[in-house]
Design a protein around this ligand. Structure first.
Ligand code: IPM
Ligand code: MN
Length: 357
């Protein structure tokens, strides 16, 4: 198969973790006889520094022409500590999601045997937890207008907006997922307070009638946050709006033992995008210490979602599992008093595993 990939390393640790995921992708293509071509482009703070635009048109064109986008992370303290900055790296990510029409962000959570002890949660609560959160990605508070400040600067406002159409397409996608899995869908909202949430609930109830084989459950987001930690095994598929999904998926990473483990796929109208859920960790940039696994597992999701290559995805996951079991891991997930390895060393180990498999 021919694969054309847009590679967007982004900022901070992005270039290191994407470099490793690209090596893994190359190894997989070599092994299975796929023809890989890729081009790199800028997004985030590095793109602002280069041309003043966090998601330049040339980057967008490359994404549109490609079969998949492999993305690292973006953000920089230079902008985090300057609330007056008019152009921010995060706007690049939002523009990319919006312009590519990536309305669904799929964030799976599973536990890894060798990492269970790393989680602050009790083993019996999390062992075997296996759920996926589908986060709406192009609406809600992130994109609602008006957004801004009053003239005197003493008042600020964001707007949460959802239309029936936006809710319907993602809720249907989530029901489809639930049908392929354990047939349970949890819809997370705050319908006791928010008008947008009441519309979500109304629309979801109507759509549920088309999926009688799926058990539908509604949870308020505060309650969901608690249950996710207390009974993570109760969940199969969760669907929720943008901001709730952002928060809940970071929370869900605690179940796996490290934020450095969670991959994601963003799908929608145009080219799908694959990225780790963690951020750019600027303090670690260039130190070769970041955990590359979330990005490697995002490459596995890319094989599956963008190219329907399940065997290729399975081999990547097998290689990751093997590195975890043998303790060939970065410091964030290394056992107490056990050695830990650099980003590039873990990457090389996983690439070698794939070559030998
Ligand atoms: C994520 C990130 C982004 C988000 C930031 C960097 C804008 O936290 O992908 O979860 O809030 O969506
Ligand atoms: Mn986030």
């Amino acid at each position: 198969m021919k694969m054309k990939i847009a590679v967007l390393p982004g900022d901070g640790i992005g270039p290191e973790i994407v470099g490793v995921a690209l090596d893994v992708t190359k190894a997989i293509c070599e092994k299975f006889g796929h023809e890989l071509t890729y081009k790199k482009a800028l997004v985030g703070a590095c793109a602002i520094d280069d041309c003043g635009d966090p998601y330049p048109e040339s980057t967008h064109q490359l994404c549109m022409e490609s079969d998949a986008v492999l993305f690292g992370a973006l953000g920089s303290p230079k902008y985090d500590n300057d609330p007056t900055a008019k152009v921010r790296p995060e706007q690049g990510l939002l523009a990319m999601r919006k312009k590519l029409g990536l309305y669904a962000n799929i964030r799976p959570v599973t536990t890894f045997k060798s990492l269970i002890y790393k989680s602050p949660l009790r083993t019996d609560l999390i062992e075997g937890a296996d759920f996926v959160t589908i986060r709406e990605l192009t609406g809600g508070l992130y994109f609602g207008r008006p957004q801004g400040r009053s003239e005197n600067g003493d008042t600020a406002y964001d707007t949460c907006i959802y239309s029936r159409y936006e809710i319907e397409r993602i809720v249907r996608l989530a029901f489809g997922y639930a049908q392929q899995r354990r047939k349970k869908l949890t819809i997370v909202d705050k319908a006791n307070v928010l008008a947008t949430s009441r519309l979500w609930r109304e629309v979801a109830k109507e759509i549920a009638k088309d999926y009688p084989d799926v058990t539908t459950e509604f949870l308020f987001v505060d309650n969901a946050a608690m249950r996710m930690i207390q009974w993570p095994k109760d969940f199969d598929v969760i669907v929720t709006e943008n901001m709730f999904g952002d928060i809940l998926t970071d929370e869900s990473s605690v179940i796996t033992g490290s934020l450095g483990m969670l991959p994601s796929a963003s799908v929608g109208v145009h080219t799908s995008l694959f990225e780790p859920i963690h951020g750019s960790w600027p303090q670690a940039a260039g130190k070769d210490i970041a955990n590359p696994i979330a990005t490697i597992l995002s490459a596995a999701m890319m094989m599956e979602y963008a190219f329907k290559l399940n065997k290729e995805a399975a081999l990547i996951r097998e290689a990751v599992d093997a590195s975890l079991e043998q303790g060939y891991v970065t410091a964030d997930i290394a056992a107490k008093d056990a050695p830990s390895y650099k980003t590039s060393e873990v990457g090389k180990w996983i690439v070698d595993y794939i070559k030998k498999a």
